[in-house]
Design a protein around this ligand. Structure first.
Ligand SMILES: [Zn+2]
Length: 380
């Protein structure tokens, strides 16, 4: 049996003096191997990842493996506790208005990082891969540490980045970072870059969105971008360095719900991926045969409500539709002036191209311009 340890970080002191805590769990195998960082619930309503972490903890407590794993369930206590009636808001920081998953730091490019990648590569050009990786992880950890000190000079900016930087600092020594989210009402899908796609297929997820290797403030991008830049700079200086680092945003169905049964399958898919990364060597049984669909981010299209009203969603997440199909029907009485215009109360929304529904809005009650669906088109 492997030992599970808990480390508590005071995250934020509330006005009444009480603290919100980040509870971080670690399991060390005692064998050398990759370090894996898995966090869940950065968006408050996206709950399923906490169950998946529980399943994975159970596996890694009870089975031999290589390396070490950090788990952070309930990674954002501010967000998960942010209820409005019975609904969990939790996607945006209510104080700053910012999306909790767009506040991470671009570590190598931040003006306070005081780090020169060219110099680092010149100093490491003849080291072996393992040595370079260890040196670079130390650099990333130190950058986070310096940024933390710098941003705290005039008091902790708790509403804008301190929380994200803490997660980044914990993840800075990892070889694999998995950020567990959900969509609104959604199927299961993964964001991956092209350079990670072959490896990502080992998750055996039904849907993959291929994003460009760019920084837009999310945890997966904040984690993989330094390693992408590192390989590029090695190439500039004449050496091909294989980039073994991987990070993903994993979308586990719908928000505001959990399923222990689905968490068991979710965890098997993650374990199948971790098997391919040599974190463990136990064959994962009972993985269902999955037909895998991929599309580029540019073909991940949003439909918006063409008018305010109540909307019925005619296709469920994961379902395929054809160009011209009725995707949604809306009800709005404003166009009805009498008998002749009564039929205008109901309108239909038609599909512009063939596609697959990835997610749709949680609410049937939408203002004009609210998001209706997100769909994959030009599917491979
Ligand atoms: Zn999310």
């Amino acid at each position: 049996m492997n030992k599970l340890e808990r480390i508590d970080f005071p995250l934020k002191q509330q006005p009444n003096g009480d603290y919100l805590w980040l509870n971080l769990f670690r399991i060390n195998s005692g064998n050398s191997g990759p370090h894996v960082h898995i966090q869940a619930n950065v968006h408050g309503a996206e709950l399923q990842g906490n169950l998946v972490i529980h399943e994975l903890m159970d596996f890694f407590i009870n089975n031999p493996f290589k390396g070490s794993i950090t788990f952070i369930p309930f990674a954002n206590p501010s967000a998960v506790n942010q209820k409005s009636g019975m609904y969990t808001q939790g996607r945006y920081n209510p104080v700053s208005g910012k999306n909790w998953n767009r506040n991470y730091f671009e570590l190598l490019k931040n003006k306070d990082s005081e780090f020169n990648l060219k110099d680092f590569v010149t100093q490491n050009i003849s080291h072996n891969e393992a040595q370079i990786s260890e040196n670079f992880k130390s650099v990333l950890f130190n950058i986070c540490d310096n940024l933390e000190k710098k941003t705290a000079e005039r008091g902790l900016q708790n509403e804008d980045g301190h929380f994200n930087l803490l997660l980044q600092k914990v993840a800075s020594t990892a070889d694999i970072v998995l950020d567990l989210h959900t969509g609104p009402v959604a199927t299961r899908y993964i964001y991956t870059t092209d350079h990670q796609l072959k490896s990502a297929l080992n998750f055996q997820f039904p849907h993959y969105l291929i994003i460009p290797p760019e920084f837009d403030g999310a945890m997966d991008e904040a984690s993989f971008m330094p390693w992408v830049s590192l390989s590029e700079e090695f190439k500039n200086q004449g050496r091909e360095l294989k980039n073994n680092f991987e990070s993903y945003t994993i979308e586990l169905g719908s928000e505001e719900r959990i399923s222990f049964k689905e968490a068991n399958l979710d965890s098997k898919r993650i374990l199948n991926y971790l098997l391919s990364k040599n974190v463990h060597d136990l064959k994962i049984e009972e993985l269902p045969k999955t037909s895998i669909k991929t599309c580029l981010l540019k073909d991940y299209k949003s439909y918006y409500a063409p008018r305010g009203g109540l909307y019925e969603f005619c296709f469920a997440p994961g379902e395929a539709f054809k160009k011209g199909d009725v995707l949604a029907k809306s009800l709005n009485f404003k166009p009805v002036k009498g008998n002749e215009s009564f039929s205008k109360a109901v309108e239909e929304v038609y599909a512009v191209e063939d596609g697959i529904v990835i997610n749709h809005s949680t609410s049937a009650s939408l203002a004009g311009g609210h998001p209706l669906y997100q769909v994959m088109e030009n599917i491979q």
